[in-house]
Design a binder for this molecule. Structure first.
Ligand code: C5P
Length: 365
């Protein structure tokens, strides 16, 4: 759905072509045969997101107006509505806008506050009022659609990403994990109301809003962090791809090339899951990445590391594993049951995993 103002910036045809969905602009237009009538849209939607929401649209919504397809749908819906305001700084700070936002919050609109940054108006340059990052908008959407919050008050500690094991100031042993799966789990757990601690190895990702975030470099630091943020009576999810080995020695200076071969002796890293399993006081969820015999090996890990659930993925399956936004996983439970999930976006995989965790917590209580 686009307001008349929005169509001055981007043609509806562009949106239609990019999204593959039909675009509603005129509330009085008679829909084509396959299209949903705009008032039907307001019943059909699980959530309505207005991004960007202008000062003008906020004012109309606060007043309950229904003069275009967007405002009319919002007035007619029972679904949660997420607003991501974007405007120039003066409009944002104007008492009229402040008052409109207060009224909208009172009526349970979800507001994703704008950020400081470059604005569309070149005269203003930097300022407050730039639309929130898409990740923040998405978090609010997840939050809105997952009400009631079924992890409310539950402590969840998630590890993510890879570790880097240095043997001189610039060289190290690592792997290709990006942290996406762990970040998606943390984000979704926040959306479900959990108190989330996210411990990640080096990553380019921005931590989701609402998590306590700690960054570590190597496995021993990660072990220490997991021990100090161990979620008693809660949930520990180890999605990190921890390096199994580290170089035995660390050279303070960069190792010079001499023309000879270099021997780097590797020693085993502590197994974080195995070490916290000794005093287990939470639900433990592990991940397994295997290229062969994955189910068999994962079942063995589940037992050995005393896990309640293990999520298995094989990086050789298209759309699974490292550095892709989708994943295809199989879930193995302590009671011996197995569930294979279809390939889907990592956020949705995260949601499915957390839904199972909620069920396990309910069984345990
Ligand atoms: O044994 P493997 O590394 O395949 O087990 C994977 C699971 O164990 C993952 O959940 C991973 O985060 C965790 N792990 C760990 N400490 C290690 C290695 C892996 O906790 N040193």
């Amino acid at each position: 759905m686009m307001t008349p103002g929005a169509t001055k910036f981007i043609a509806p045809l562009t949106f239609q072509a990019l999204s593959g969905a039909s675009v509603s602009v005129d509330p009085f237009e008679i829909p084509r045969q396959d299209d949903i009538e705009h008032i039907e849209l307001s019943h059909w939607a699980d959530v309505i997101v207005i991004a960007p929401a202008t000062a003008n649209t906020l004012a109309k919504l606060a007043a309950g107006m229904a003069d275009n397809v967007v405002t009319a749908s919002v007035l007619a819906t029972h679904a949660p509505v997420v607003l991501a305001p974007a405007m120039n700084t003066n409009m944002w700070e104007n008492p009229a806008t402040v008052e409109n936002l207060r009224r909208l919050k009172e009526r349970f609109f979800y507001i994703v506050e704008p950020e400081y940054g470059e604005l569309a108006s070149k005269r203003e340059g930097q300022g407050m009022g730039r639309m929130a990052r898409i990740e923040r908008v998405l978090t609010q959407v997840l939050y809105a659609v997952t009400q009631p919050k079924t992890l409310a008050g539950v402590r969840v500690t998630v590890t993510a990403g890879r570790t880097e094991e240095y043997f001189d100031p610039v060289r190290m042993l690592t792997n290709r994990a990006t942290g996406r799966m762990g970040f998606a789990l943390a984000e979704m757990a926040v959306a479900l109301g959990a108190e989330v601690t996210l411990i990640s190895g080096p990553t380019d990702l921005t931590p989701p809003d609402g998590v306590r975030y700690f960054q570590v470099i190597h496995a021993r630091q990660m072990l220490e962090m997991v021990q100090s943020h161990y979620p008693n009576n809660g949930v520990l999810i180890m999605a990190a791809a921890v390096s199994d080995f580290r170089p035995e020695a660390f050279s303070q200076n960069k190792i010079k090339k001499t023309g000879d071969s270099l021997q780097v002796r590797l020693v085993p890293n502590p197994d974080i899951l195995a070490s916290v399993a000794k005093h287990k006081k939470a639900l433990h969820v592990g991940f397994a990445l295997e290229t062969d015999d994955e189910i068999e090996r994962a079942r063995d890990k589940l037992k050995r590391k005393k896990l309640d659930l293990i999520v298995v993925n094989n990086p050789n399956v298209p759309g699974a594993g490292f550095a892709v936004s989708t994943n295809k996983v199989t879930l193995l439970f302590k009671d011996g049951t197995t569930q294979e999930l279809p390939r889907m976006d990592k956020r949705l995989v995260a949601r499915e995993i957390l839904i199972r965790i909620i069920a396990l917590l309910e069984q345990a209580s």
